[in-house]
Ligand binder design. Sequence first.
Ligand code: UT7
Length: 321
Amino acid sequence: MNTKIIGTGYDLPAFTADNDYLATLVDTSDEWIVERTGIRVRHLAKEETTTSMAVQAARRALEHAGVSAEDIGLLIVATITGDTETPSTACRVQAEIGAHKAVAFDINAACSGFLYGVHVADAFIRSGIYRNALVIGAETLSKIIDWTDRSTCVLFGDGAGAAVLCAAEEPGILSQSIGSNGDKWEVLACQGRPNENPLCEKGGKPGYLTMDGQEVFKFAVKTVPVCVEEALEDAGVTADDVKYFLLHQANKRIIQAVAKRLGQPEEKFPMNLDQCGNTSAASLPILLAQMDEQGLLQKGDKLILSGFGAGLTWGACLLEW
Ligand code: UT7
């Protein structure tokens, strides 16, 4: 039995902030942001929440797949910015869309979260435990950003993407390579959370994202090509056989460096980061859904999805569309 993606959907906040707008908040410029990252515009949530965008993306993916919410056995939301610490965003999405028979839970693997979700869903589907799974990546990173820190606030955006995965006879997910390295957790972290314990001292860590940008950059450029090559080798597929490499949309220069290391033309690396910025766990499913919407994906196409993020975490998934 194989696992196949049979429907995708995405949702983005209505409000967009261009680089000039950010230059009114911090000491930056459109020129610097475009040159160092490739980002021009990002969507930022005003009315939208992580849950509301996850719900919209899920509804679109289900409609596209022709699958009823009632038929979903497993519902996973990858997020680091749930609206509630508990319950999980997945349980709230479950209630909103009426996926009453699903087991619902969140995954915290930052920007690799969607790939982790696909990894888990694939294992459950292949083992015959569930037939249909809904995997969502959804984030409102804007609420954990330090809006006075120019080295991070220009990078991120909000949004959600979703995919319906189902058991299939025909080829779907061909191989995956996934990993974590907790030794490097401090490189990219959001440590703040309220502590009401009367036995503890007040204070603590800031509630926003902190990052060593250059360390993350180096890690990404080194790790992504390795896990992509592992996934290819595992399936006996060459990089030349792959139509598109969908990489986590963090930085154009990272994507270009990975393309170079893999010896593949940049045209095979679609990007939406100029319009969305880095939406963490939502980045890959949004890009996949947009490409699907634009009719760029044909049956039989081989695709690689690959990402990296806080943890540190990473992953690559080779699939046949
Ligand atoms: O999902 C994973 C999330 N994280 C990432 O993907 C981050 C990966 N890293 C990166 O994308 C890059 O490292 C950044 C875009 C974050 C930074 O680019 P960089 O080329 O590594 O710049 P840098 O950190 O070496 O900084 C160069 C200069 C510094 O000024 P000085 O010390 O040379 O005077 C920074 O203060 O650029 C300055 N700078 C800025 N200037 C204008 C940093 N951010 C900005 C800014 N506008 N927004």
